[in-house]
Design a binder for this molecule. Structure first.
Ligand code: PMP
Length: 426
């Protein structure tokens, strides 16, 4: 028995499913998860002494690679002054100014502790600002586990959401409408049906929680127009894309201005942080200056802010990183696409800059329904084949691969060889 297997045996007795977040489970693979002991640059090391090239990157924040020296040092330095005060600090002002002065659609920002909190709070702000109740989300987009967003996704539009989780009362999802990703007409139909009662349309500008599904040309622009026509807000959930596609996230990358934006993990460089921000007249409604209540004892925690601020400054001052990530993405994911074509396999490789997924289906993957046509048994075999070859992927078809600047050309070549081998074994 490996140490990971031993730990998993203990873990399942005391932690539901043996993991503190279901995405870590290897349930779909039928194995014990690899328990990670440490990480450095593009590698993670498990408790059995195996080294893997890591494409999870803590689900995004390790955009500069694991254990980046300047970030580590800023955290150690912050710790010397104490871990938390629950009071206002200078660094919170600095990081807020830094972001607002550099991202044109963010006039004001509020720090929270997770992506879930960021989205939940942004939606409350949108409802408070517009005085409307309904929201439109897209099937296959994930926005955290707050009640009103845990809506089951059907194959078409749904005017009233059905909870996707036990423990969520019907009343919590009845105002959540579900549209089809990459289909702006489905949004228009819902907006008409709601007769002016939609507070916001929320979207992952690049779908990354049904596997990676990039927006079709014109889709996001049309969403902006529809929101303007129907007097509702456009929220970009940039928990994955913020500071990754560009410093200004997907909004900058695609040239669309959202009214509100939500950030997550990247803004804390791996510490538990989230944030939401946007137009001043909306953010002015947040407590204590306005009637929309939102709070958090540890929000803006000084250690988390130190990590995040160091990373944000580094990213802004080295914006060539975004070209580098785009080029690495082209090399790795474009290379994977070529392997698939050379082998005559009917699979789909979707990618946008540093984010990608391979889907084991012969259909174009453009929304949740087409993503779900992927053969999950083939995914599990591919995943195991990659792990055997020293490559650590997310253990689910419906997650993304994350490249960092620490993935060197040599590592990318090794990964392509592993992909060739793993696909050959299927
Ligand atoms: N929004 C998106 C787009 C996400 O990908 C996630 C989580 N990966 C969340 C929100 C929720 O973030 P958290 O897990 O930090 O609560």
């Amino acid at each position: 028995m490996t140490r990971s297997e031993q730990l998993f045996e203990r873990a399942v007795k005391r932690i539901p499913g043996g993991v503190n977040s279901p995405v870590r489970s290897y349930g779909a693979i039928g194995e014990a998860p690899r328990f990670i002991e440490k990480a450095d640059k593009c590698y993670v090391y498990d408790v059995d002494g195996n080294r893997y090239v890591d494409y999870i990157d803590s689900w995004g924040p390790m955009i500069l690679g694991h254990n980046f020296p300047a970030i580590r040092e800023s955290v150690i330095k912050a710790c010397e002054n104490g871990l938390s005060f629950g009071c206002a600090t200078e660094i919170e002002v600095e990081i807020a100014e830094y972001i607002c002065e550099r991202i044109p659609h963010v006039d004001m920002i509020r720090m929270v502790n997770s992506g879930t909190e960021a989205v939940m709070s942004a939606i409350r702000a949108a409802r408070g600002f517009t005085g409307k109740d309904k929201i439109i989300k897209f099937a296959g987009c994930y926005h955290g586990h707050s009640d009103c967003l845990l809506v089951s996704a059907g194959s078409g539009v749904m005017a009233s959401g059905v909870p996707d989780s036990a423990g969520v009362p019907k009343g919590c999802t009845q105002d959540t409408m579900t549209a089809v990703y990459n289909d702006a007409d489905s949004v228009e139909a819902l907006l008409k049906e709601a007769e002016g009662n939609v507070a916001a349309v929320i979207v992952e500008a690049v779908g990354a929680n049904m596997g990676v599904v990039p927006p079709k040309p014109g889709f996001l622009k049309r969403l902006r127009e529809l929101c303007d026509e129907h007097n509702c807000l456009l929220i970009f959930d940039e928990v994955i894309t913020g500071f990754r596609l560009a410093f200004g996230g997907a909004a900058e990358y695609f040239g669309i201005r959202p009214d509100l934006v939500t950030y997550g993990k990247i803004i804390g460089a791996g510490m538990p942080v989230g944030a939401y921000g946007g137009r001043k007249e909306i953010m002015d409604l947040i407590s204590p200056c306005g009637p929309v209540y939102q709070a958090g004892t540890l929000s803006g925690n000084p250690v988390a802010m130190a990590a995040g601020f160091t990373q944000l400054k580094y990213l802004y001052e080295h914006q060539e990183i975004y070209k580098e990530l785009e080029a690495k993405g082209e090399k790795l994911y474009g290379g994977l696409k070529k392997i698939v074509e050379e082998k005559g396999l009917p699979y789909q490789v979707n990618y946008n800059s540093s984010l990608a997924s391979i889907f084991f289906t012969d259909q174009e993957v453009k929304d949740y329904v087409s993503a779900k046509t992927s053969n999950l048994d083939l995914f599990a075999k591919y995943f195991k084949g990659m792990l055997k070859r020293g490559i650590h992927l997310a253990p689910s078809q419906f997650e993304a691969m994350f490249l960092s600047t620490a993935h060197t050309d040599e590592v990318i070549d090794q990964t392509l060889e592993a992909m060739r081998g793993a696909l050959g074994d299927l």
